[in-house]
Design a protein around this ligand. Sequence first.
Ligand SMILES: [Zn+2]
Length: 161
Amino acid sequence: MRLQGSQKRNDRLIKEKRKDTYRTYTAAPEPSLCKNCGAVYMNGHWTWNEVKDGTYKTLCPACKRMEDKYPAGYIEIKGEFYNEHTNEISNLIRNTEKLEKNERPLERIMSMKIERGRAIVTTTGIHIARRIGEALNRSYQGLFSFQYGDGDKSIRVQWER
Ligand SMILES: [Zn+2]
């Protein structure tokens, strides 16, 4: 029993450390440029602004999550209707990402695993996951639900039809 307790405490410490790792603000000088995706940290926000060469280089929280394979959003899609409209639904998901990423550089799809009868999509942010669920619900109705976890730092979305 004692061992279990200390195990739990360790898990919590790791989680808290991770949350801090993916914070959206940074101590880096402004502007700084993500060396991987080109997002720019400026005036306390990540943007797609252009900056001159010689800017401080860093890794944005979204690229850091991708590198660590540690998603913030997890979407499960399933059902007969999904099976019959897999391509159409995948396109809707990709288009939703385009719009979201344009507004919020840290909100991206991390991976899309498409199987027969089920798809799992992971994301770097919580907003995009919810927005994808809402887009599916708006376009095709079905059953849509979501739960926040981890002090609102993560989200699980389900859509079924
Ligand atoms: Zn980046």
